[in-house]
Design a protein around this ligand. Structure first.
Ligand code: AMP
Length: 406
């Protein structure tokens, strides 16, 4: 993070915040996104999602509220499936906040209501997985009411799920005064802030597998961005559309015309558009596969681009030098394989070293930044893949729209 440029985004949220509510001694239903990765023994392998909502939970503790926390985990498809229980999340939460957390075996019903009615100020309950009930994903009105009965106020801190029209995200807000938690607020301030009021020059770096997943982001940023850098698998659709031979690289053939259209439209607006000039190629994406370094004009048949090369890293890094705002979404190569991760990690370092507000959001980019060891030097790392992408595409998030206006 670069001093002085770390938080120039002013709050853009026009919805109630948890700070606007008088929650002392009140029952507060906090919807979080504790959808953490688990190993085969149901141990949590990464608890960042839990830690990212701690400021909201700790605030409610300090205010002396009665706190009811709810989340989904995985896709149990509306059935009770112990592989998706939040029991281990409850233990981890307890350890992180150093307070007792009562874990209930369900999220609605008379027993849950009875347990809630016995709560004292400062008590914390974690409900069992919301998605054990099919009504959650159906945004069912009765289920929403049953959740709402548990509380006096609703707080949404589940940014990663804010693009879903589910009962605990949207339905419940019909029955309770509804506010944003600190994580949700921060995500909106940064991601909507960067889209609506970027400090220029503003550079967007887009990567990842497919053009189709990022087209709407490019379109939405067209009038705000000064430079667009495209890497990752999606670059080869743009290159093939320009008649380059891209061998067996990932290409969406039905996107070729659109790729040309978009590139031409962006360039016509005076925006600089960068594509890789060299790349690492392999015949397969297996870890031990033989690799070669070639220019993007000479990828032989039978070989596919799996990473950007050093000349591209230099070109892209230079393009970042004057930036005041950098948004990065999507890796530059198949970074999950060590041999193909150099380009992505080099760009992670270039972003981290830039004297700019740096925002990393969506997909696996947060993982790439963390593996590159530079997370601490990024101004803001978004926790929500799909939700972040929808905000960057300029879409409205149902979970946000449903909150009470200020
Ligand atoms: P996305 O979710 O669209 O951001 O895509 C992320 C995925 O894109 C990662 O799993 C990468 O392995 C993959 N990816 C990045 N570059 C390439 C490439 N050149 N060829 C195939 N896949 C890629």
């Amino acid at each position: 993070m670069q001093d002085g440029l770390s938080v120039p985004i002013k709050g853009v949220l026009n919805k109630l915040s948890i700070k606007d509510l008088d929650i002392k001694g009140k029952r507060v239903f906090i919807r979080v996104d504790f959808n953490v990765p688990l190993d085969e023994n149901l141990n949590i392998t990464d608890d960042r999602r839990i830690r990212s909502s701690l400021s909201t939970i700790n605030y409610a503790i300090d205010e002396g509220s009665r706190i009811i926390i709810a989340s989904h985990l995985g896709r149990p498809k509306g059935r009770v499936d112990k592989r998706y229980t939040l029991a281990s999340v409850s233990r981890r939460l307890q350890r992180l906040i150093k307070k007792e957390v009562t874990f209930l075996p369900d999220c609605v019903g008379p027993e849950v209501e009875a347990a809630v009615s016995r709560m004292s100020d400062g008590d914390i309950i974690l409900l069992e997985n919301l998605r054990f009930h099919i009504e959650e994903e159906e945004n069912d009105e009765e289920f929403s009411k049953a959740l709402a009965r548990l509380a006096d106020y609703y707080v949404n801190d589940a940014f990663g799920t804010a693009h879903r029209r589910h009962a605990s995200i949207v339905g419940i807000t019909k029955f309770l005064p509804s506010a944003a938690g600190f994580l949700l607020q921060k995500e909106i301030d940064y991601l909507q802030g960067v889209v609506n009021h970027p400090i220029r020059p503003f550079v967007a770096i887009l990567g990842g597998a497919k053009v189709s997943g990022k087209i709407d982001v490019i379109r939405n940023l067209e009038d705000k961005v000064d430079k667009v850098i495209v890497g990752g698998g999606m670059a080869y659709t743009f290159l093939k559309a320009m008649d380059y031979s891209v061998g067996d690289s990932l290409v969406e053939d039905d996107m070729l015309d659109l790729a040309n259209e978009i590139r031409e439209a962006v360039v016509a607006k005076g925006i600089k558009f960068y594509l890789p000039v060299d790349c690492v190629i392999a015949q397969s994406i297996e870890p031990g596969a033989e690799t070669k370094l070639v220019t993007t004009q000479e990828i032989p048949d039978g070989w596919k681009a799996v990473d950007i090369g050093p000349a591209s890293v230099k070109l892209f890094s230079e393009a970042l030098e004057s930036a005041k705002t950098i948004l990065w979404n999507g890796p530059m190569g198949v970074f999950e394989v060590d041999a193909f991760s150099r380009g992505t990690f080099a760009i992670a370092h270039a972003v981290a070293d830039a004297y700019a507000l740096t925002i990393v959001g969506g997909g696996d980019t947060d993982l790439a930044v963390s593996r590159a060891g530079v997370s601490e030097s990024i101004s803001f790392i978004s926790a929500g893949g799909g939700a972040a992408l929808e905000l960057l595409e300029g879409k409205e998030l149902p979970g946000l729209m449903a909150l009470t206006d200020k």
